[in-house]
Write a protein that binds this ligand. Structure first.
Ligand code: PLP
Length: 236
């Protein structure tokens, strides 16, 4: 067994244990393997360990991987999620290559993704990225912007609103992690009253997965704990 396979097994066990500890149904939390900066060989290893959903952050790099798998492994049912910042001039690749996008935070991007989604593909599954820490410098919609954005997305035929996502400040303190995630979960509850199809809460990374699951996460985004540390030097 390779180390990537071992890591997936280990993380999956940890997720099941966290679900059980806080009284959540088994398999209510999905694992999204974040493969940014990692080669297609590493993704294949994870796939062979049973992992089907992968997250990418960079439009160009992610699209190349999607194309590689479509060309060389068209038998494989891999689900690609875009989880990085979206510049409007790069939105077309996101609309054409990915099944999910976690980082819609403004109306202009939602409209462009809808207009650029190819007619022969199912609707793009959309999460609104929320800025729970309220810092002006961070990306993400504010609490008040979410509802107008959700209203637009729900009217666009090529997008399906599925829920919310956040990347809270990186802190070690469990109570602080939990408080930020509970804030997002509360917003999700409010959103659901208007849009019953909303079922996804994308929160939790390698360092704060347990708190996210305790607060109600349905999808944890794990990179380092599966693929090891990232080397950004080669991308500069
Ligand atoms: C890189 C990244 C992750 C994975 O982070 P790890 O700490 O490596 O688990 C999750 N979500 C987003 C949005 C990321 O950019």
């Amino acid at each position: 067994m390779t180390s990537i396979q071992q890591n997936i097994e280990h993380i999956t066990t940890q997720i099941r244990r966290s679900e059980q500890k806080c009284g959540r149904a088994p398999e209510s939390v999905q694992l999204l393997a974040v493969s940014k900066t990692k080669p297609v060989e590493a993704i294949l290893e994870a796939y062979h360990a049973g992992q089907c959903a992968f997250g990418e952050n960079y439009v160009q790099e992610g699209s190349e991987k999607v194309d590689f798998f479509a060309e060389h492994h068209s038998d494989k049912t891999i689900e690609w999620h875009f989880i990085g910042p979206i510049q409007s001039n790069k939105s077309r690749l996101v609309a054409e290559r990915f099944a999910w996008v976690h980082t819609v935070d403004r109306e202009k991007i939602a409209q462009r993704l809808n207009d650029q989604r190819p007619a022969d593909l199912p609707p793009l599954q959309v999460l609104i990225q929320v800025n729970t820490s309220g810092e002006a410098s961070k990306s993400g919609a504010s609490d008040t912007e979410i509802f107008a954005l959700a209203e637009l997305i729900s009217r666009l035929p090529n997008l399906t609103l599925r829920g919310l996502m956040s990347i809270p400040e990186n802190v070690d303190d469990y109570a602080a992690q939990l408080a930020a995630f509970e804030q997002l979960a509360a917003l999700q509850q409010r959103l659901r009253q208007h849009y019953p199809q909303v079922d996804t809460l994308s929160m939790g990374m390698s360092g704060d997965m347990d708190a996210a699951i305790a607060a109600g996460s349905s999808m944890v985004r794990i990179g380092t704990a599966i693929f090891g540390a990232r080397d950004y030097a080669s991308k500069a």
